[in-house]
Ligand binder design. Structure first.
Ligand code: ATP
Ligand code: MG
Ligand code: MG
Length: 536
């Protein structure tokens, strides 16, 4: 192996199973798996499970699913830092034997005082000069459960005067009398993140250990362990900026609070910036990958505009979503000269992609159009109102040109029905030159259409930087982030599998709900509007 070069690139994605993955993790996944793919290497999935307190099996399962859904496959079996606990323990003993680690009985408070701060050198612990034999005996007792939580810790003996706080005798092992989701009650001492991470990398032959910038100051410690332990390989740590996005929060702690406080329905609520939430919302894996691949791998933590993600979502859905018609606020239109029988019309599933085929749409005497697509106001210019106006023509998407002849009103004077007539022989054909439809509107058969539940999602936060004004991000939660409505869709749409993407023409991109949708009880989630809206 030539100096500075490695035979094969091996990376790893190392989530702690203490929550669901969010969009920041998506960037890390795309980077780690992407690098391995680009250089013909491998990427491991390793659960960084050294702190049993907040970890759960549920999170492990969700994380595995999310990585695969994003389109990546880890090399071999899933790995767990906890599988290396025996080895880590042996290496801790190795450091003790070398006089490079000691058991320290300072309380957490005392230890922090002894550590000093960046500009003030620390003081050496009075336990620093215990003999190797005494340290070995005490560490064994720690392992045997003879001390209570927090009674003592194992520390590396490095340099209490180092300007780098991480080198001031960092903790290697803590006592934690807690069952672990993988190792059960085998251990009551657990290694610190720093003592586990690089050594895990070395065991797996990871060449590039990529982490976020806050670990930059840990790199000397990472290297100290690699140099001072008989590890089987020499991984290197590289740092990159965390991804932050406006109008949302990306920290598992905050996301967990949204779930625990029932501000959202769960980790995979479609409003959540979690991978599973975005998936349920109808964001495609391809859009998410394009977004991540388009981000700079910078040495600073930046805030990325959510519009960049929305652009990728619209681009992908515009190309790939099936078109269909769905009326959100129905207004009945009776077409006096339509035949009594249902007429089935073939309509293309996509305006550009012929390969997406076509569907049969039932046309009937009574149809629904959207309330907003009709007006009695004949003074509105053709340019301003490209929809149905009393006495004028409009084309029904994929069907006839119709004309509004009359209206029926209720006691309050509101229009409850439009009486119209169709222009013969205008399906897929232009009307005679003297008839100029104002535009094209969507519609659904009143008798053949199906009722569907639409979950109209909006941003979860009203502010660009949630919590910036008051210090509490919960103050910026948007109270109107979900409205549920009933709409009428053309019948073919409801027979889809869950997670099918549609563009409901002129309304937005929707997806059939991953869990709640069925043909008998159709449920669609609003993924995103058709066009960018200005910030509210
Ligand atoms: P959180 O603060 O949300 O808990 P974390 O870094 O503690 O984040 P981990 O489960 O340890 O979460 O993260 C696994 C990997 O994903 C790490 O390598 C981490 O650096 C990376 N990662 C986490 N959040 C982001 C982010 N916002 N941007 C880029 N990478 C991230
Ligand atoms: Mg972490
Ligand atoms: Mg964390």
């Amino acid at each position: 192996m030539a100096a500075g070069r490695v035979e094969k690139v091996v990376t790893r994605f190392p989530p702690e199973p203490n929550g669901y993955l969010h969009i920041g993790h998506a960037k890390s996944i795309c980077l780690n798996f992407g690098l391995a793919r680009e250089f013909g290497g491998e990427c491991n999935l390793r659960f960084d499970d050294t702190n049993p307190a907040k970890e759960e099996q549920e999170y492990i399962e969700a994380i595995k699913q999310d990585v695969q859904w994003l389109g990546f496959q880890w090399a071999g079996e899933v790995r767990y830092a906890s599988s290396y606990f025996d080895q880590f323990y042996q290496w801790a003993i190795h450091l003790i034997e070398q006089g490079k680690a000691y058991v320290c009985d300072l309380t957490a408070e005392q230890a922090s005082e002894y550590r000093g701060w960046a500009t003030k050198p620390g003081k050496e612990s009075p336990f620093r000069n215990r003999s190797v034999a005494e340290n070995l005996a005490l560490f064994e007792k720690m392992k045997q459960g003879e001390f209570d939580d927090g009674f003592c810790v194992l520390r590396a003996k490095i340099d209490m005067a180092s300007p780098n706080m991480n080198l001031r005798d960092p903790i290697l092992y803590r006592i934690r009398k807690q069952s672990h989701h993988q190792t059960g009650d085998k251990w009551c001492i657990y290694p610190s993140y720093d003592f586990a991470h690089g050594q895990g990398d070395a065991i797996e032959g990871v060449t590039h250990s990529i982490c976020t910038l806050e670990f930059q100051d840990h790199r000397p410690l990472y290297e100290w362990f690699i140099e001072n332990l008989p590890v089987p390989s020499t991984p290197r740590q590289y740092e990159f900026g965390r991804l932050n996005i406006n109008y949302t929060v990306t920290s598992k702690r905050n996301l967990k609070q949204l779930v625990d406080d029932q501000i959202v329905a769960g980790w995979d609520d479609p409003r959540m910036p979690t991978i599973s939430g975005m998936r349920r919302r109808g964001v495609t894996a391809a859009a998410l990958r394009s977004f991540c691949d388009g981000l700079a791998v910078a040495k600073t933590d930046g805030v990325v505009d959510i519009a960049q993600l929305e652009f990728e979502i619209r681009k992908d859905l515009n190309e790939n979503a099936t078109r269909a018609m769905c009326v959100l606020n129905p207004l009945k239109v009776s077409i006096t000269n339509a035949p009594d029988a249902v007429e089935w019309l073939d309509v293309a599933n996509h305006p550009q992609q012929e390969s997406m085929g076509q569907r049969s749409v039932p046309f009937t005497k009574e149809i629904f159009i959207d309330v907003a697509d009709f007006t009695e106001d004949t003074s509105l210019s053709r340019k301003k109102f490209k929809r149905l106006v009393m006495g004028d023509y409009v084309r029904l998407r994929g069907a006839y040109v119709i004309k509004a002849d009359d209206v029926v009103k209720n006691d309050q004077g509101e229009v409850i029905e439009v009486i119209a007539s169709l222009v013969e022989d205008t399906v897929g054909k232009n009307p005679p030159p003297e008839i100029k439809p104002r535009g094209v509107i969507h519609w659904v058969s009143a008798t053949q259409g199906k009722q569907v539940e639409l979950r109209m999602y909006d941003r979860l936060f009203k502010a660009q930087a949630p919590g910036k004004a008051t210090g509490n991000y919960l103050d910026d939660v948007n109270p109107d982030s979900l409205k549920i409505i009933t709409a009428i869709a053309e019948p073919a749409t409801v027979d889809c599998e869950p997670e099918t993407a549609y563009q409901f023409e002129r309304e937005g991109y929707f997806v059939s709900d991953r869990y709640d949708h069925s043909a008998n009880a159709p449920v669609f989630n609003l993924t995103i509007s058709l066009k960018e809206t200005l910030d509210k």
